[in-house]
Ligand binder design. Structure first.
Ligand code: CP
Ligand code: NVA
Length: 317
């Protein structure tokens, strides 16, 4: 059950944007996870009364698109898919105009795009909450679901170690920041040249220090996973990097999350992947389908985490 301190921290999120995982305080992050657990179990029901979420997705999506749509429906609201290809966005209408017009129609926007700058621009011009539904730089909604899943497996997250193997990308950035806020020790293991952004690393280390945890970057897969409570990976070539797929497969050789690496982790360790996955590249089929895998719980938790987020941003808490 969400503690009253968590709920008062959540009330402050009304009308706010979620551009980066670091936009949330430690209390707000914990509060969202507690609320998500309450919504998932049915201990809490929130009705938003007809609010409308607009989706502007310039990249493909299965989980994020559907989980936001279902989350709004469960809150008694609606979603409009503002596909850039069939709106004036795709013909180049400026963000400043689009954001101001849409703010007159809908109650929040979830945006999936390439540059973080574009998202920041939407948030600047919109008078309604703008949510990062994935950019090249961050994927904060994913990280909320990931730590909700970790907490379900271990009862709580503080003091656990989560090891991410692979590209220091958008998913890694948000995992580092949210993990730091929750007091999780986060290890990022990657080949040389694929490290996370140094500013995000420094910020995550600062946030982690305040919670008594740590964030480290390593370059050896076994050292990365040794003793960890969660092993996590993501694609080696993200959306927009399709032309680098071959060279990245070469660079990431030896970084497949497989049964050998799982055997180096804590005996209770869980396996996570944000999906979509390429079996035989960043994760083995055995790791994906094995008894340690919580990957499909993790996908389900996108729904519960985003329902909590929407409830908080739209004033339902
Ligand atoms: N994990 C995730 O964001 O999946 P989609 O790209 O399908 O939304
Ligand atoms: N890093 C991946 C995540 C997909 C959910 C990408 O950006 O394509």
């Amino acid at each position: 059950m969400a503690a009253s301190s968590d709920l008062s921290a959540l009330a402050q999120l009304r009308g706010r944007d979620l551009i980066s995982a670091a936009d949330l305080s430690a209390e707000q992050t914990q509060g969202l996870l507690s609320l998500a657990a309450d919504l998932k179990s049915g201990r809490r029901v929130i009705e938003l009364g007809g609010k409308v979420l607009g989706l502007i997705f310039s990249k493909a999506s299965t989980r994020t698109r559907v989980s936001f749509t279902v989350a709004m429906a469960r809150l008694g609201g609606h979603t409009i898919d503002l596909n850039p290809q069939v709106s004036q966005v795709g013909r180049g209408e400026p963000v400043a105009d689009t954001a101001r017009v849409l703010s007159r129609y809908v109650d929040a926007l979830a945006i999936r795009t390439f540059g973080q700058d574009e998202l920041v621009d939407y948030a600047h011009w919109a008078s309604i909450p703008v949510i990062n539904a994935l950019t090249d730089f961050e994927h904060p909604c994913q990280a909320l679901a990931d730590y909700l899943t970790l907490g379900e497996a271990f009862g709580s997250t503080r003091g656990l170690t989560l090891s991410y193997l692979g590209d220091g990308n958008n998913v890694a950035h948000s995992l580092m920041l949210t993990g730091a806020l929750l007091g999780v020790h986060v290890r990022i293991g990657c080949p040389l040249g694929f490290e996370p952004n140094p500013d995000v690393l420094a910020r995550a280390q600062q946030l982690a220090a305040a919670q008594g945890s740590s964030v480290h970057v390593l370059h050896d897969p076994v050292a990365t996973v040794r003793g960890s409570h969660a092993l996590y990976t993501d694609v080696w070539a993200s959306m927009g990097q399709e032309d680098q797929k071959g060279e990245r497969e070469h660079a990431f050789a030896g970084w497949c999350l497989n049964e050998d690496l799982i055997s180096e982790a804590d005996s209770r360790a869980i396996v996570l992947h944000c999906l979509p996955a390429y079996r035989g590249l960043e994760i083995s089929a055995g790791a994906m389908e094995g008894s340690a895998s919580r990957i499909f719980d993790q996908a389900e938790n996108r729904l519960h985490a985003q329902q909590a987020l929407l409830a908080a941003l739209l004033g339902g808490v």
